[in-house]
Design a protein around this ligand. Structure first.
Ligand code: ARG
Ligand code: ZN
Length: 878
């Protein structure tokens, strides 16, 4: 057990910094046995700080202090206090220069925060509080400074030396060493600092900005990855153009660099001018990465690039404001992805993730507002709520204001706050000021946690031709918050007539230009709307395009859902109606072995499979059954095994009843002879893989031949791994083992593909029982130091292989607890992330929750528990 409880940090305790740093001069001496960091800070008393003179306090973490100089004079050890996490200098003048020399050991840094080594190269991750692992510094985002960074290292081992900004000097040193100096003209918080040193190759390109400036673009990778940078480079150029066109944002430095590293806790990092990426989020070629990876890379490259304005030029005042940059930037990258591909499909994918995972977070023990009020460890707050719900909140502002006023608002925000560290409230204020709209009540979206529930009732007055809707909202209690106030919710509505056409929606009789989709604004606990001139009882299409992150309850009949599936003019709601129908059918079967699958679901799927004129990208999405995690999220006291079996039965009934249609659909799919990621080709590959998976699931022999052929002859990884996944989940034991072996033989030299190979097995209820998963951990390609490997085995097992993870003997939970305990010392951030599935224990029936609770306790009782895991375990046991 941890002996002391970590301190809780509160938003209400925010104070402006006592000292500001105008300039940082860094010199890194990099060696194999460690690194010496010389830092020279130009410090002055903050004129906005109140009260008399106070000691200077600098944050530190795992540093060995070598010396401190104040205005050129070395301080004696009684002139400062080195408390490890704090360096205190009690007596300082109003303006001074502080020099600090520290020694660090990047080669032993397994936490991957601060400066560390990844396959032989030095790299950094400073967000949120990694800079303090490099040197003593006021490590908070409202201290913004200009940086000059000189890196010295062995010239043959580290020919490439990178940091933020422009390179201004380089030269040769004694002993086979060299140096490069970088200068970043833009003041930035320490979390945006970056350094890379390694033996890397570069791909060069160029971009001409709207005002005609020429920008040098470079992607640095290890030589073995030289053929995997094209897609990221193309994505980067598209993102740069898009941000100019849609937000009027031009790039500001003369050079923009991306570096790929294999060991990385998160996806990527937007360091000024020097983005650092997890290899899996930037490197791709068609032979070895899937469509999903290509799309993920495009959106993450764009996300990090967009941060240059939403995050770097305008940054966060404190970490409670994290969603200021993350929510807005996720919103921007999803707009970008929607513009690059299929808008509806992108919306469906985002909402499916939000409803499955963010809703679960918002209903669990770690639920927190988009702007949290307190935390113990900020790394634990890089959450779906901050990112995805935060993006939905920005999206609602976009819906309420419309695109033109929203753009006016973002222009005002960037202009007003350029070079500042601000709050989510400043963002909302800019939107208000530019649009003249009152977003007072809307701010509750930032303050209240929990997913609002909308209960909708309707009635139709035939004589008066009036349709009436009553919408009630309630927001469930979350930790530390009960009795919530009603929120301001944009609710997009459509009404369908008997033919499936949209009826004009009027709020007053004979209103001209009545729209087919009307955004109602809910502000009270209950609203009744009356719509005149409705000649027949309509079928309501509620919350079109998922206009707010809420749950909607309305008693649609199955016939109405089928009707919406084929007629709703809103593509998102067509998909949603299908999901609702499938959920309803699966639930009806749960625990009822004699109940048959409703033929309406089979018919609806048949229509989708055979309608070649429909948008195939949407069809591919609509055919997917709701996932187990989503079904669990919708259920109280969830019984995982029952849910799994009910879903399996529906899948098998569909596959059996539609065998010929599936086969025909499979054979019909044609893609361009060279690989491209158009929505059409992506949909086509997705339909091939889905039809194959369904048919293999029921043991179809002809499909087996097709799968083996596709596996062997595939010209791209989407086809090859799609076939492998189908085989891995099939009853054909010999073939599935052979295919898994062959795949490894073919791809063992490529760690990114090996990760896919791990994940396919660990997430498969057929190939990945606990014993098999334990064997994967013993596999020579597995590496406890590499977060991607851990995620591809342990993360995939606990997150996707639900029947085995939730084994009723508790073995899956114990396994996860063991893993967390093992990783807690070496990499607490990854350990904390892996804990999430256990925290949901209250959601499950007793046979499960008991075991999950026990597993959490065994983590809690570990010696020296990290602050990261401590916070999550204690909050979820509370
Ligand atoms: N700012 C990065 C992004 O979303 C994420 C960095 C997260 N780092 C962390 N230690 N939690 O683009
Ligand atoms: Zn981000």
């Amino acid at each position: 057990m941890r002996t002391s409880q970590p301190r809780t940090i509160y938003l209400s305790e925010y104070r402006v910094p006592d000292y500001l740093v105008d300039h940082v001069d860094l010199r890194f001496e990099l060696f194999e046995e460690g690194a010496r960091v010389h830092s020279k800070l130009a410090v002055r008393r903050n004129p906005e700080a109140t009260g008399g003179p106070v000691p200077l306090e600098l944050n530190g973490d795992s540093l060995t202090l070598e010396s401190v100089h104040l205005d050129g004079r070395q301080l004696t050890t009684d002139e400062y206090q080195d408390k490890g996490e704090l360096l205190i200098v009690p007596a300082v003048p109003d303006t001074f220069e502080l020099q600090v020399v520290t020694w660090i050991e990047p080669q032993n840094n397994t936490r991957l925060e601060g400066l560390y080594k990844s396959s032989g190269m030095f790299c950094t991750q400073c967000e949120a509080e990694g800079f303090r692992c490099i040197t003593f510094f006021p490590d908070r985002p409202d201290v913004m400074a200009r940086y000059r960074t000189r890196i010295e290292a062995d010239r043959s081992m580290y020919p490439v030396l990178l940091s933020n900004g422009n390179d201004v000097d380089r030269g040769v040193l004694e002993g086979g060493r060299h140096f490069v100096t970088w200068e970043d003209p833009f003041p930035k918080p320490s979390y945006l600092f970056a350094l890379v040193a390694g033996d890397l190759v570069e791909q060069k390109d160029a971009f001409t900005t709207v005002s005609g400036r020429n920008i040098d673009l470079r992607i640095y990778v290890e030589p073995r990855n030289a053929d995997k940078t094209d897609h990221a480079m193309d994505s980067l150029k598209r993102a740069m153009r898009w941000d100019e066109e849609v937000y009027g944002r031009e790039y500001d430095l003369d050079i923009f660099m991306i570096v790929a590293v294999d060991d990385f806790n998160m996806g990527a990092m937007e360091n000024k001018g020097l983005n650092i990426f997890n290899s899996s989020c930037v490197l791709a070629r068609p032979e070895s990465e899937t469509d999903a990876a290509f799309q993920r890379i495009e959106s993450i490259v764009a996300h990090e690039y967009f941060h240059n304005w939403s995050g770097n030029r305008v940054t966060c005042r404190d970490w409670f404001q994290l969603s200021l940059k993350e929510g807005f930037t996720v919103f921007r990258d999803s707009q970008f992805s929607a513009d690059m591909g299929s808008e509806t499909v992108n919306r469906i994918e985002n909402v499916a993730m939000l409803r499955t995972a963010q809703f679960a977070e918002d209903a669990g023990p770690m639920a927190h507002p988009v702007r949290p009020a307190s935390y113990m460890e900020i790394s634990n707050f890089y959450t779906l709520t901050i990112y995805e719900k935060g993006a939905e909140v920005v999206g609602m502002i976009h819906t309420l204001l419309g695109p033109d006023l929203f753009r006016k608002g973002s222009d005002l925000y960037f202009e007003r706050h350029d070079g500042q560290a601000v709050t989510t409230d400043d963002f909302v204020k800019a939107m208000e000021d530019a649009s003249g709209r009152d977003l007072g009540q809307f701010r509750l979206w930032y303050e209240q946690a929990g997913t609002p529930v909308l209960t909708v009732e309707d009635d139709y007055d035939e004589a008066g031709e009036v349709y009436r809707l009553t919408i009630r909202q309630s927001i469930p209690a979350t930790p530390g918050q009960s009795n919530k106030k009603p929120q301001h919710i944009p609710f997009a509505l459509g009404l369908l007539d008997g033919e499936g056409n949209d009826l004009p929606i009027r709020l007053a009789p004979s209103e001209a230009d009545a729209p087919a989709t009307r955004v109602l604004e809910l502000t009270e606990e209950s609203h009744t709307f009356e719509f005149p001139d409705i000649p027949e009882r309509p079928v309501p299409s509620l919350l079109r395009h998922f206009s707010a992150p809420v749950r909607v309850n309305y008693p649609w009949t199955r016939d109405q859902l089928r009707f919406l599936m084929s007629h709703d003019s809103d593509g998102f709601n067509r998909w949603d109606a299908g999901q609702r129908l499938a959920v309803d059918v699966i639930r009806e079967l749960s625990g009822h072995a004699e109940t048959k699958v409703d033929p309406r679901l089979i018919d609806a799927s048949r229509v989708l499979l055979t309608d070649e004129s429909a948008d195939q990208a949407l069809v591919a999405k609509m055919l997917q059954l709701p996932g187990e995690a989503y079904l669990i999220e919708l259920t109280d006291q969830a019984d995982v095994q029952t849910i799994h079996h009910a879903r399996e039965r529906v899948l098998k009934s569909l596959a059996t009843a539609l065998r010929d249609e599936l086969m025909a659909c499979y054979r019909r799919q044609q893609t361009a002879s060279h690989y491209q990621i158009t929505p059409e080709d992506v949909a086509s590959r997705s339909l091939r893989n889905m039809t194959l998976a369904w048919l293999l699931h029921i043991g179809d022999e002809e499909a087996l031949e097709l799968a083996l052929e596709q596996f062997r002859n595939a010209s791209n990884m989407t086809d090859q791994s799609g076939a492998l996944r189908a085989l891995a989940n099939s009853p054909f034991e010999a073939e599935r083992r052979q295919a898994l072996d062959d795949f490894y033989q073919q791809w063992q030299v490529d760690p990114q593909v090996v990760e896919q190979w791990f994940a396919i097995q660990a997430s498969s209820p057929v190939s990945g029982d606990l014993e098999a998963v334990r064997r994967l951990l013993e596999h020579p390609a597995f590496d406890w130091k590499n977060p991607n490997k851990i995620r591809s085995v342990v993360g995939a097992f606990a997150g996707q292989n639900l029947p085995h993870f939730h084994s009723q003997d508790g073995s899956g939970y114990q396994f996860l607890a063991e893993t967390i305990r093992r990783l807690d010392d070496s990499n607490p951030q990854i350990a904390a992330r892996l804990t999430a599935p256990l925290t949901r224990w209250r959601k499950f029936a007793h046979v499960y929750s008991e075991g999950m609770h026990k597993a959490l306790e065994s983590v809690r009782d570990k010696e020296n528990l990290s602050r990261d895991v401590y916070e999550i375990v204690h909050k979820s046991l509370a």
